[in-house]
Ligand binder design. Structure first.
Ligand code: FES
Ligand code: FES
Length: 174
């Protein structure tokens, strides 16, 4: 076992991890952050997408030890402390960007990374950024619409380029 320290959704987290343990296992099985989903477990579906230092990664393929001294943001970190949904979350609900919802946390985290870098993306840029996230239900158009709506809302709120999770609730467990 190895001791690591990381920041999860804005809060410090000190944990012991097995060197072979994935970040996905740490988040779901040890920290109880079940919003991040396990689909394929092999880096294909994107359901497990979280942000490490703002960049989307497949947490099923990312060793937990490699998160040592880095910032991890999960879907639980997007809403604010008072429970207000992130504009991406609101837009997905309004646009019908989800059906079963299994892919949704991963899709939203990929989209959050995109909007932090590109506050006014084109439709094709949205589609390209979500190429690693598989959705079996929606046909994708409603997802793309939701991301474009959220981008507009973030700009309207003066939050264009905001780093995902920067207003996040504290989630930590020593
Ligand atoms: Fe990680 Fe599918 S569960 S990419
Ligand atoms: Fe069901 Fe995307 S909403 S897989």
């Amino acid at each position: 076992m190895q001791s690591i320290r990381l920041a999860i959704n804005g809060g410090p987290c000190d944990v012991m991890v097995n060197p072979e343990e994935s970040l996905l296992q740490l988040l779901r099985d040890e920290l109880g952050l079940k919003g991040t989903k396990e689909g394929c477990g092999t880096g294909y579906c994107g359901a497990c997408t979280v942000l490490v230092d703002g960049a989307p990664v497949n947490s099923c393929l990312f060793f937990a030890v490699d998160a040592d001294r880095h910032e991890v943001t999960t879907i639980e970190g997007l809403a604010t402390n008072d429970g207000t949904m992130h504009p991406l979350q609101s837009a997905f609900v309004k646009a019908g960007g989800l059906q079963c919802g299994f892919c949704t946390p991963g899709v939203i985290m990929s989209a959050a990374a995109l909007l932090a870098e590109h506050p006014a993306p084109s439709e094709s840029e949205v589609r390209a950024s979500l190429a690693g996230n598989i959705c079996r239900c929606t046909g994708y158009q409603s997802i793309v619409n939701a991301v474009l709506t959220a981008a507009e809302e973030l700009r309207t709120q003066g939050r264009a380029g905001e780093r995902p999770g920067s207003g996040a609730r504290l989630r930590s467990r020593a």
